[in-house]
Design a protein around this ligand. Structure first.
Ligand code: ZN
Length: 163
């Protein structure tokens, strides 16, 4: 069955990393000051960028970042997650779509991220070619259920370009 491409498609992504001392915490391309702990990961462990990249891929049924960037590959060690995100964005654009807005929930018990909301929104907007008002950033705590983890959930709306 053939059908014309949908004008809009929704993508959803999630990511989580364990936190440990002696590592730096980066979320959405923003270094979090005084975090004291950072993500245990093969790459730089930016859970926001990983979840956004997965959301972009899922919107067009392109799989997930684990297929493109396996955490067993030595060349991906310490990889800047912005590289991962830009590659996924390129895959979306090649298929004629672009992100038009993004909704993000970060669950982290500490530090409190509220003061960094605008920084994270601005960073994501710049990376994705959006305005800050098109990037919603919410913060939650796990209420002590997962004090040693950062978890991120993202929805993204993709629109067909020139449609
Ligand atoms: Zn990740």
């Amino acid at each position: 069955m053939t059908s014309s491409p949908l004008p809009h498609r929704i993508g959803y992504g999630e990511d989580a990393h364990r936190l440990a001392e002696g590592r730096s915490l980066v979320l959405g391309g923003v270094a979090i000051p005084h975090a004291g702990r950072g993500a245990v990961a093969h790459s730089d462990g930016d859970a926001v960028l990983h979840a956004v990249a997965d959301a972009l891929l899922s919107g067009l049924a392109l799989g997930d970042i684990g297929q493109y960037y396996p955490d067993t590959a030595p060349e991906n060690a310490g990889l800047d997650s912005r590289v991962i995100l830009m590659r996924c964005l390129e895959l979306v654009r090649k298929r004629g779509y672009a992100p038009v807005n993004l909704a993000l929930v970060v669950t982290l018990d500490r530090p409190k991220l509220g003061p960094l909301r605008a920084d994270i929104a601005r960073s994501l907007a710049e990376l994705l070619g959006l305005r800050e008002t098109e990037v919603g950033v919410s913060f939650k705590t796990s209420e002590g259920l997962a004090p040693d983890h950062v978890q991120v959930r993202v929805t993204v709306l993709l629109a067909r370009m020139g449609a």
